[in-house]
Design a protein around this ligand. Structure first.
Ligand code: NAP
Length: 267
């Protein structure tokens, strides 16, 4: 026994190649996870790096390519944990977006955008829970599902209307599944604000991302642009023994973004 709170855990992280998924994978490994199943869609080299980082913490890393929007892929991802007999924690972290930040421009998005985002962000998470259910129920304590939703799904801000709607759906699904799968499985979500990950650089120029980061630092109550490591601890908390009586919760992890403008300041 290492005395760490994830000692011997079998963990599955979707979208584990980069960003928040990588930070979650490494955090669970550093807390004693025995096995970390790392799913990626296209970033194989980055997923291999996540695997190396987990193994440096003493965990066995198992890499599985797969698109969570495809049910057969979800079953393959979950099956990678089968030799270990259980899943203690499933992190549904894979996500996609479309950037159309003017939410009043209704012609900037179309039905295909909604369907593409829902397929990964909502249906993908649902399919992963369904595929992993028996192994989550085989964990010695209630298995934990942690969904990466977003502050977009609570406040309607964010990269586009379909994205915010998909994360709102994920939050509601968290409630339904928490009720439906109790007492053997806990289901919670985190709702991050801005996280400084490859997410933005995939779609924007570096100077645009820099301006956004500076704007976030100016406008958040905590005056912070969160890194993936700043957020991962909150996700991991929801899979840890410390949250054993928490289910159906959506935890805002956004440096205070949801508080909006500060109250009157005399400085
Ligand atoms: P990221 O580094 O771009 O990570 C996104 C991950 O999702 C990648 O690992 C990607 O895998 C994976 N992915 C995308 N489509 C997939 C699919 N169909 N099947 C499996 N994996 C898929 O960005 P991130 O910021 O860490 O995003 C992680 C999560 O945080 C997402 O759910 C996102 O919505 C959420 N989030 C992000 C922010 C933010 O400000 N960055 C804020 C709130 C919430 P490949 O690279 O292999 O394609």
């Amino acid at each position: 026994m290492s005395g760490k709170d994830f000692d011997g855990f079998v963990v599955v992280v979707t979208g584990g190649s980069t960003g928040l998924g990588r930070a979650i994978a490494v955090e669970t490994a550093s807390r004693g996870a025995a096995v970390v199943v790392i799913n990626y869609a296209s970033s194989q080299a980055e997923a291999e790096e996540t695997g190396r980082l987990c193994e440096a913490q003493g965990a066995k890393a198992v890499l599985v390519q797969g698109d969570v929007g495809e049910d057969a892929d979800c079953r393959r991802i979950a099956a990678a944990a089968e030799p270990f007999g259980r899943i203690d924690a499933l992190f549904n972290n894979a996500g996609v977006t479309k950037f159309a930040p003017n939410h009043g421009d209704l012609d900037a998005v179309d039905a295909e955008d909604f369907l593409r985002l829902y397929k990964v962000n909502v249906v993908g998470a649902f399919q992963m829970v369904r595929a992993a259910r028996a192994l989550l129920e085989a964990a010695p304590q209630p298995g934990a599902v942690v969904n990466t939703a977003s502050i977009a799904g609570v406040t309607g801000i964010g990269s586009s209307v379909p994205y915010a709607a998909s994360k709102g759906a994920m939050n509601t699904m968290t409630l339904s599944l928490a009720r439906g799968l109790a007492p053997n499985i806990r289901v919670n979500a985190i709702c991050p604000g801005f996280i400084d990950t490859p997410w933005f650089g995939k779609a924007m120029a570096d100077d645009t991302v820099s301006r956004m980061r500076e704007g976030v630092i100016r406008s958040t109550p905590l005056k912070a642009a969160s890194t993936a490591e700043d957020i991962a601890g909150a996700a991991v908390f929801l899979a840890s023994p410390a949250s054993r009586h928490v289910t159906g919760e959506t935890l805002l992890v956004d440096a205070g973004t949801h508080l909006g403008f500060a109250t009157m300041s005399m400085r």
